[in-house]
Design a protein around this ligand. Structure first.
Ligand code: SF4
Length: 443
């Protein structure tokens, strides 16, 4: 009887895609997906370390039955992967001595062998080594979404922003070949996916190792030309690497969504310098102007941190005023959390108190919520192209999808509409999504 695996994923899209790869590698090794924890012979926790709370999630999860022990005393093989595995390595065993496998962010392909070694030897197995090779065999990843496909174009980051743990957990930047990326896009489309999400820490830093002329805008052009691709999204570009050619690609390429996730992190140039973001508030606003001039309907979303070491009230006011000026479509916002192996942890005391961080985050949410609601209300009555990508779990005869601007739209519909782009009239606005009805369905 085949052994069964269960994967729990924490964190970003890159981790979600890594888990799709882990699933494929385990199935190649003869495993099958478990329906739930009770029947899993192997439990893989794919972890995130971007904030302290995220990292602690691992240890609280590890402490919970039936991961730690089943009623009959047996327990599954426990493997820890992802950024906490890379960051902590063997130290994980001090807090969770029953972990059997620890596999780093660059050693994914070693997972099946490590599990076999742990079973054979009864001893914990590790691999947190750095591997240059970022290629991944075609047809192995078990994609979890019927409509959208993640495609990694590069791994790691050389930028070392002062607060960020990624360069130490994912290593230095390594580019995938253009040939591998296009082959994976073709494979995803052949498998019925209509939307391609290109992933990398700084996607607009991409430079094809197998084609010197292929930078990120050129890669977008090549993916856009793949038959069957309906939508292309990418995460995340860095404002300091944004070029006129990238803006032109977003404007001119028919399948590139008119949405850019452009992390700003702070609205204060002084704090941006402390963060080592290497651009100013003014640079960012100029970029937003250039984007909106070229693509008037472009939707812009962002990431923003409050309470970075040394952030004064005046600095925070700069963040609020920038948010009010740009009017982001949506935002991911966080309280600063000191991370190991970062410049800030080494040199900048975490001097903004917890309560003050919470107050600033709440104030930011209030400003953003109002802006977002005004945008949603203004969409009512309009007609948008919506790619249907899911069926409602709560309401029968209801589906959901996204506009090219990445706004979620819920509408009455049928499962057969999955993967289809429909003209949808917006009839209502919620706090995080819109309500619509199909204006045209066709056959
Ligand atoms: S660009 Fe900065 S924030 Fe983004 S992954 Fe690299 S170091 Fe982290």
């Amino acid at each position: 009887m085949a052994r069964k695996y269960l994967i729990e994923t924490f964190g970003c899209q890159m981790n979600v895609h890594d888990s799709e790869r882990f699933a494929g590698l385990l199935e190649q090794a003869g495993y099958e997906a478990a329906a739930d924890l009770s029947e899993a012979d192997l439990v893989l926790l794919n972890t995130c370390s971007v904030r302290e709370r995220a990292a602690e999630k691992l240890f609280s999860r590890l402490g919970e039955d039936p991961i730690a022990a089943r009623v009959d005393g047996s327990r599954p093989v426990i493997a820890v992967a992802g950024c906490v595995a890379q960051q902590e390595g063997r130290a994980i065993l001090r807090r969770a001595p029953y972990v059997d496998v620890i596999v780093g962010t660059q050693a994914a392909r070693q997972l099946p062998a490590l599990v076999e070694q742990a079973l054979a030897s009864g001893r914990a197995q590790f691999d947190v080594d750095r591997y240059e090779d970022v290629s991944f065999p075609l047809g192995v990843a078990r994609r979890g979404d019927p409509v959208k496909a993640y495609v990694t174009i590069l791994e790691g980051c050389n930028d070392h922003c002062a607060y960020c743990v990624v360069p130490s957990t994912r290593g230095r930047e390594r580019m995938r070949s253009k040939a591998d990326i296009l082959a994976e896009v073709q494979e995803a489309v052949a498998g019925g996916r209509r939307e391609i999400q290109l992933l990398g820490q700084i996607v607009n830093d991409y430079q094809a190792p197998d084609d010197p002329a292929c930078d990120f805008p050129a890669l977008l052009e090549a993916v856009d030309a793949v038959r069957g691709v309906e939508r292309i999204r990418f995460a995340s570009p860095h404002p300091r690497h944004a070029s006129e050619r990238l803006i032109a690609a977003i404007r001119d390429l028919p399948h590139v969504c008119k949405h850019v996730h452009l992390p700003i992190q702070s609205g204060s140039t002084r704090v941006l310098q402390l963060m080592r973001r290497r651009h100013t508030r003014e640079d960012y606003l100029r970029l937003v102007d250039a984007l909106r001039h070229a693509v008037p309907a472009v939707a812009i979303s962002t990431d923003l941190i409050v309470g970075f070491p040394g952030e004064t009230l005046e600095d925070f006011e700069c963040s609020l005023s920038l948010v009010a000026a740009v009017r982001f479509e949506s935002m991911f916002s966080f309280k600063y959390s000191e991370r190991p192996n970062t410049l800030a942890a080494r040199r900048m005391p975490d001097d903004v108190g917890g309560e003050e961080k919470a107050r600033r985050l709440a104030a930011l949410h209030d400003v953003q919520r109002e802006i977002q609601m005004e945008g949603y209300r203004a969409a009512v009555g309009g007609v948008f192209d919506v790619l249907v990508d899911s069926v409602s779990r709560r309401r029968a005869q209801e589906v959901a999808g996204r506009t090219t601007g990445n706004v979620v739209v819920n509408l009455p519909g049928r499962r057969e509409w999955l993967g289809r782009t429909l003209r949808v009239r917006i009839v209502g606005a919620g706090s995080n999504s819109l309500r619509g009805e199909a204006a045209e369905v066709g056959d």
